[in-house]
Design a protein around this ligand. Structure first.
Ligand code: SAM
Length: 266
């Protein structure tokens, strides 16, 4: 491959997967097929890429590291396209040919995983599913239920529009160099609005952000200026509750009231 001569770069979150069993487990979970369009974020030295190429799917690689990208550029062809650049600015949706959707895969650089997830969620209609290796705590936060310390903005915003399936835990020894944290693989399937559709998704994002910026306060205080306590009580949500006790559906209802024209004077 010629990739192994570059030293892992910390600033790009390079912890390369080396455990063949973990690699096989991820590829089996993804189960890419010919005719599908798959986007891999950060192919690196190709731990997952080689198997994705063998699947016969139409594969797009997004890699920021110039040296690693050069190795992939040499291998591009009808089924393999390289996009050298930053996944945080990448227009994933532009690769989809509706009604076909994309499948997104990546052992993600942990230092940018949360903004990258929000970037992908903003393009969710173009995405069929996503399989990611992440820091285990991030997967715990995505899958968390209301009431616990892991439940927060990421849990609500991911669960609002995705089914979240934690698939496997991966120890540091599965990578070179080993990261300081444990990892986990998760499957996210967008298009599952199990908690209802928000009338204004930007308002939902705003309410959730404001609520969890001040998660130790009561809802009444955390959301002051956005919604008053009468409006909360009117939809059966006690303003004395703390944000972390609200279900995703309750956030959707709060956002709908906040989006209504009379919310400010309610
Ligand atoms: N997929 C490989 C594996 O599993 O061994 C590499 C995984 S490594 C954790 C993360 C990869 O993402 C590296 O190849 C790194 O260069 C790349 N990367 C880091 N930041 C990126 C960004 N903003 N956009 C695209 N790729 C990025």
């Amino acid at each position: 491959m010629g990739h192994t001569d570059t030293r892992p770069r910390k600033r790009f979150g390079q912890n390369f997967l080396t455990d063949q069993r973990v690699i096989a487990d991820i590829l089996r979970a993804v189960h890419a097929r010919p005719g599908e369009t798959v986007v891999e974020i950060g192919p690196g030295r190709g731990a997952l890429t080689e198997g994705l190429i063998l699947s016969g799917a139409l594969l797009h690689l997004v890699e920021i590291d110039r040296d690693l990208a050069a190795g992939w550029r040499a291998r591009t062809g009808p089924l393999l396209t390289l996009h050298e650049g930053d996944a945080l600015r990448f227009n994933f949706a532009a690769l989809a040919t509706p009604p076909e959707q994309l499948r997104v895969v990546g052992n993600l650089p942990y230092n940018i995983s949360t903004p990258l997830l929000f970037h992908l969620l903003s393009q969710a209609p173009a995405i069929h599913d996503m399989h990611f290796m992440l820091q285990r705590e991030v997967v715990d936060r995505m899958a968390a239920s209301p009431g616990g310390p892991d439940y927060g903005r990421l849990s609500v915003m991911v669960q609002y529009q995705c089914r979240v399936e934690p698939l496997l835990e991966v120890p540091p020894g599965a990578f070179f160099p080993p990261p300081k944290v444990h990892s986990a693989v998760v499957r996210l399937v967008p298009g599952h609005f199990d908690h209802g559709h928000a009338q204004s998704p930007p308002m939902l994002a705003h309410v959730v952000r404001q609520a969890f910026t001040q998660r130790r306060k009561t809802l009444r205080n955390a959301l002051s200026g956005l919604l008053d306590s009468t409006a909360m009580s009117a939809i059966g949500i006690d303003p004395q509750r703390r944000p972390e006790t609200l279900s995703v559906g309750e956030f959707v209802r709060l956002a709908d009231v906040a989006a209504a024209p009379s919310a400010a004077e309610a």
